[in-house]
Design a protein around this ligand. Structure first.
Ligand code: ADP
Ligand code: MG
Length: 289
């Protein structure tokens, strides 16, 4: 039975984009006006879809991820006048059999939201109160944990990047057909803080500046990141007037990214790091500049 379950599930959810599509359509069916989609490490570490929709009624919660359960049709006639994306009751159950899933939900009748952890058969194994507002958040970890070949196929870097593009295109399409919908997509959210002097300020004067006054930290670890360094210097060289040539501005930047998105073991002293999503980090630095 487990094998049949896995086989049929893996046909419903064949990729990161098909999983995101099912979750977003559930949010739309729940009349959400705001949807947040977050991926970490191309979706293999985490996929989260949060909405402000109707939430899941207490009576529907125990069966929400049971195969072929759907709250969306109650009679045969409903099938003919289908107003919703979902009606087969397959998505949540299928996702449970190929990943680790938790669902946090609150309806307008509930006093607070509750987070439910589901097992591979879609049964609730634990629950606890949560702080989230009305709506539903589905969190998926370890996608394709029991389908190693598929995981390997999709985690090839080129394939991963294509998938992110497909997720963006998909969400853009919903944004176009539903102009009132607020839909936000983030992949490996990068947090930045630090000190960057104003161009032409004392901190960028030649006399003070030297190459060893540039500090870049990733997750609080001092690192050598040539591309970020180059980008910052280019900015100051473009922004500062000729009489204060300062190719070495004094600055520090602290970048916070998911630990899984970096590889710190590039050099034995761990000062050189590899980032899976270097472009998005560079873009974030550029925005701050
Ligand atoms: P379907 O969409 O075909 O009904 P799913 O497996 O996608 O099947 O979802 C199962 C049930 O879980 C839905 O019928 C609905 O009751 C509930 N559900 C899932 N996601 C949401 C959501 N974001 N908001 C409200 N209810 C949801
Ligand atoms: Mg659905």
């Amino acid at each position: 039975a487990a094998t049949i379950r896995l086989l049929s599930s893996s046909q419903v959810i064949t990729s990161v984009v098909s999983l995101v599509k099912e979750l977003v359509e559930n949010s739309l069916d729940a009349r959400a006006s705001s949807i947040d989609v977050k991926l970490e490490s191309y979706g293999f570490d985490k996929i989260e879809v949060r909405d402000n929709g109707d939430g899941i009624k207490a009576a529907d919660v125990p069966v929400m991820a049971v195969k072929h359960y759907t709250s969306k049709i109650s009679s045969h006639e409903d099938l003919q006048s289908l107003q919703t994306y979902g009606f087969r009751g397959e998505a949540l159950g299928s996702i449970c059999s190929i990943a680790e899933v938790s669902v946090t939900t609150k309806t307008s009748a509930d006093d607070f939201s509750t987070q439910y952890v589901l097992d591979s058969c879609g049964h609730i194994t634990s629950q606890k109160p949560s702080h989230l507002g009305q709506g539903t958040t589905v969190t998926v970890h370890k996608l394709f944990k029991n389908l190693p070949v598929r995981k390997q196929f999709y985690s090839a870097t080129k394939k991963c990047k294509e998938e992110i593009k497909r997720v963006q295109d998909l969400l853009m399409a919903y944004g176009i057909i539903k102009p009132d919908l607020r839909i936000i997509f983030t992949h490996n959210k990068v947090l930045l803080n630090g000190f960057l002097p104003k161009p032409n300020s004392n901190y960028t004067l030649t006399s003070l500046s030297s190459p060893d006054r540039s500090f870049i930290f990733i997750n609080r670890r001092l690192v050598y990141q040539k591309d970020i360094l180059k980008l910052v210097r280019l900015y100051y060289n473009l922004m500062c007037s000729k009489d204060s040539i300062h190719s070495y501005p004094i600055f520090f930047i602290n970048i916070i990214i998911p630990a899984s998105a970096i590889d710190v073991n590039v050099t034995p002293d761990k000062t050189q790091v590899m980032m899976q999503n270097k472009e998005s980090v560079l873009l974030a630095v550029e925005n701050v500049l």
